[in-house]
Ligand binder design. Structure first.
Ligand code: TMP
Ligand code: ASP
Length: 237
């Protein structure tokens, strides 16, 4: 597949057109951002680790019947995907309270959420990804009712699959963010699933093994991602 012009340069990934109008190449860079791009650093190996991690998870999800954009790994830091029209909302599921929900609702950090909770956020860094509800999504035509239903259903199915996958590796899936798009009318999972977009804690010690290490300046960011990958059996170089 021939990589052509840059279509989008995001904070951590660059998207390229290809000679196939239905396919894109995503390049995972070492750039790491937090707080909507306010904090930015280059972390050695992160592009490779997240690309391989994401490919592993996307294939697990596909095997479990979740439609995703994943096609094939092209290189250490590049993946071939289906070209989707992205829906501009982020779907967050929380199994344990952490991060913004603790600040917004004053609930206790680390409390179990039964049932898990779900939130939509608008993907807009300039507005700091404000929380939105289903009425906003309908009124502003970001997605149809059927697409909202599909995103919620798929996001919760992903939770069942990944909670177990991580639990078997001694990890708690605290929360995560998913983004979806349309491909020839079908809602599919896009973007990425990596420790950049979820919270993972060691099940025994509750040590943070995700991007909170970067946000909070704890160090050992990529080392933590590699530890998670090693426990799951993700092939890294
Ligand atoms: P939050 O606690 O900051 O709302 O984040 C919830 C989860 O979603 C957490 O795992 C981080 C992830 N997330 C992103 O990856 N990107 C984002 O822009 C946002 C708002 C959350
Ligand atoms: N993904 C967002 C950013 O990179 C928010 C975050 O992860 O803190 O700025």
């Amino acid at each position: 597949m021939e990589k052509q012009q840059v279509l989008v340069k995001g904070k951590a990934k660059t998207v390229y057109a290809t000679n196939d109008p239905d396919k894109l190449v995503i390049h995972f860079r070492n750039d790491t951002s937090a707080f909507d791009g306010e904090k930015m650093e280059q972390l050695d190996r992160k592009g490779m680790v997240n690309n391989r991690f994401n490919a592993f998870i996307m294939q697990k999800l596909q095997a479990a019947g979740i439609p995703t954009h994943f096609e094939s790994l092209l290189a250490d830091d590049e993946v071939l995907v289906k070209k989707m029209h992205m829906i501009p909302v982020e779907c967050v599921v929380r199994n344990i309270a952490a991060g913004s929900i603790v600040r917004r609702l004053g609930v206790q950090d680390g409390m179990d959420l039964n049932p898990p909770t779900f939130e939509f956020f608008l993907k807009n860094d300039a507005l700091h990804d404000p929380m939105v509800n289903e009425y906003h999504i309908r009124s502003f035509n970001w997605a149809t009712d059927a697409e909202v239903a599909a995103m919620k259903e798929l996001t919760f199915r992903v939770n069942d699959i990944l909670k177990k996958l991580f639990a078997d590796a001694g990890l708690l899936l605290v929360d995560y963010k998913l983004e979806f798009g349309r491909y020839h009318g079908e809602v599919m999972l896009g973007d990425e699933f990596s420790p950049d977009g979820c919270r993972l804690w060691d099940a025994k010690t509750r040590e943070k093994l995700d991007k909170d290490r970067f946000r909070q300046g704890l160090g050992g960011v990529v080392e933590a991602y590699e530890e998670v990958a090693r426990r799951l059996g993700v092939p890294l170089e």
